[in-house]
Every structure is written in C-alpha cells, then in structure tokens.
Design a protein around this ligand. Sequence first.
Ligand code: PHE
Length: 484
Amino acid sequence: MDENKRGSFGSNIGFLLSAIGSAVGLGNIWGFPYKMGKSGGFTFLIIYLILAIFVGFAIMLSELAMGRKTGLGPVNAYKTLSKKFKWVGWLAIIAPFLIMTFYSVLGGYCIYYIVINIVGLFKGVPGAESFDALLTNPGMSILVTLGFMIICYLINLNGVGGGIEKFNKIGMPALFVMLVIVIIRAWTLPHAAEGLKFMFVPGYAVKGGFIDKAPGIMSVLATAGGQMFFSLSLAMGAMITYGSYLGKNENLPKNSVIIVISDTLVAIMAGLAVIPAAVANGIAKGMAVSEIKLGGPSLLFATLQDVFHGMGTIGGIFGFIFYALVLIAAISSAISLIEAVAVTFIDRASARGEEPSRPRTITLVCIVIFLLSCFVASDGLGSRPFAPWQFFGIGSEAAPWNDCWLDFMDTWSEGVAMPLGALLMSVMIGWEIKPKSLYDEIDNGYNGKIHGFYSFCIKYVCPIAMVFILLVQLSSFFGFGWFE
Ligand code: PHE
C-alpha cells in the first residue's frame, strides 16, 4: 500500500475495535467508577445511559457520518460541510492536541508501573509511596512520557490498517481478558463487597461513610454529562477521523450503538475491579473508607499500587497485568487523538495538490506533543513547582484551571473546546446544513427508521444538553461552583 495515500480500515470489526479503543481509556478506569458511586450508584448509571442515548449516540452518529460523507478529517470535513462553521474543525483538533499533552504523561506512568511491578517480583512490590517518588522525579517522568510517545508514534506511523487497526484487534480482546482476571482477584479479597455496595447501591456512598453528603441532582446530571462526553471520545475529531476511514457499506447507527454500549460496559467492569480492590485494601489496613482515594491519578497509581503491595510477591504479577491493561487503554485512545491531528495536515496537503507525507506529518505532530508534554511531566501533577515553566500563574494560583500543567491543558480541551465544539456541531447539523443532509450517509448500510429520532436529538436535545454541559465544564474547571 502506498503509505502516502489516505488509509482505511480493513474490516468493520477492525473499525469497531479501534473506535471502542478510542472510547475506552483512562476516563473509564479512574473516572466513571468513582463518579458512579459518589453520585447515586445505580441511579447515576440510568442517568448516564439516558444521556448517552439522546446526546452521545446522536453526536457519535453525526461524527461518523460527517467523516464518511466527506472522506476527510475534522478541519476539512467542517470546511466542506459549511462556510459559516468551517472554523469549528479547528476546535476539534486543538482539543485532541492538548489532551495528548497529558494523556502521554499518564500513559508514561503506566509504563513506569509495569516496570516497577516486574522488578518488584524480585525485590519486593512497592506500595503507594512509589507515586510520590515518581511525581517528584521530572527526569523519570519525561523519560517514560517519551517511551509512551514512541510506542504511539510507531503505531500511527504504520497507518490506519497496518498500525491502528492491528493494534486494536489484538489490544482490545487482551484488555478484556486482563480485566476479567483482575475482577476475579479483586472480588476474592475480604471486604470487597463494601466497594460493590458503594458503586451500585443508591445512597450507600453516604450511609457507608464514603462521603459526607450526597450531591444534588444538578451536580449528578453535570457529572454524568461531562463524563459521558469525554468517555465516548466525542467532539475531539477522533470519530470524524475514524469515520472517514470507514467503508461506505458499513452500518453507522449500529456501530454507534455498539461503541456506546461497549464503552459503558468496560467502564462498569473497570469499576468492578478497582473499587472493590481499593476499598478492601483500605479496610484491611484499618483506614476509614472516606480516606481511601477512589478516583483520579491517585486511585490508579497510589491506592491500587498499595493493593498490589498488600498481596506480597504475587502482587507484582497482578500489578503487571493491571498496568498493562491500563497502558493498552491509554495507547488505543492516544493513537486516535494523534490521528485526528495528523489527518488534518495530510488532507490539507492533498487539497493543495501536494503529495502528503504520512511519516513526516506523524513525526512532527508527535514531536510537538512530546515537547509540550514535558511541561506536564515536569511539574508532577502540581506536586513539584517547576519555576521556569510556570507561565499563566500555573502552580501559584490555586484555581482548578491553573493549579498544575495537567489541569491547564485539560481545562482548554475537555473544559472548553470539547463542549463548545459539540454544541456548535449540533447547531450546524440541526439548523444550518439540516439533519437531512446527513440522511444519505446514515442510510448507507442501514435500512431501519432513524431520521425522526436523530433529527429530534440533534436539533433540540443536543444543543440544550450541550449548553448545560458547557456551563458545567466551565464551572468545574474555573471553580465557579454553579452546580454544587
Ligand atoms: N475516551 C477516552 C477516555 O475515556 C479519552 C479520549 C477522549 C480519547 C477523546 C480520544 C478522544 O479516556
């Protein structure tokens, strides 16, 4: 195959596994389980699913259809579809670019934890203190970030069919099997049931002593909306890009449903593994459950490493399996982000009549991402002020948006560009180019009835939901506290 040509997926299953790979990421593992437990357990799940059906599904379907209709990545797809909205595509590549600057650091941490668990088999498995040691070691953080970027670089370099699809076809089933192993191990720990109750039983988060006060309904809606969006990889150009590589006969509505369901399933499964293990280990150590960190980076790299430490030498094996599965989840998301950025430049070159070079573009994109990720890696998620690089008051002001480099990058991508991009996308499709302009594409490979539902969602439900989600994200990232 000519490496300079635009690629394509070799099969629908290859596409599906890649899209699921993009959706399944750190958000599923450290975000969803804790948010679900804290925000009402089973009730949260229902709210999440309703949002996923009426908003997530419609936007997913729109992105895949936009990509496949135009055969182009985000920037050029918007340009082709609408004069007025052509600039929105840029939001859809700035966002993945910024996300990558910290996703790569977190992916690097996974590599580090894989290594220390293997070494731990011989020298004793380290515990939670290993995370502080890593955070305060910028050299090591940068090194593992570089390692992560090199892996992704090599995959993207090999193209869509030969790199992305191949990786996901092996990686996704492997992730699933590893997850099942970790769930079985977690459930056989004493006190694991407490963790399950926290995750599923409505009201148990307060009754069981995990949190003081149940969040209000606005806050639950807000949490579910933000989480759903990030977790499904929406408004990041990723699904437009993958859609543009998809064969014309494949069924877009069916694929969208499968992606949404699989992503939610893996998020619940991840919770079944991490929450019971973390809670069981905390209780066994005599901690109050409210003291156990059940979300975010410290869940992944401190709380859970402590669980492996508590298992003795054999913990090194489970640690290895667990961090390998998180690494696969991170890589499969990262390669979709890199691809969304790179395809823009590849398409632009073609549009100008130049010969696009995939290797050159991927190399440049990866180098720039790596350089920016050094900022994130060097301040250790805010635990280590790294003075010469602290512009924008980062580290000195305590507002959520600038308390460290990770939050700064996350604010502009997940907090602003992503919800704004999705809002503008639904307005563009619903009111400017009209839903019927995508019907042809949606009906290619599908012969059920969906026009009415789709057009209702994209015209009314999505814009309203997206204004709400945008306000929620602004409020939480800038610390306004509107929805508490
Ligand atoms: N969905 C990924 C996660 O849950 C993150 C991601 C967002 C990946 C957007 C690609 C695009 O972690």
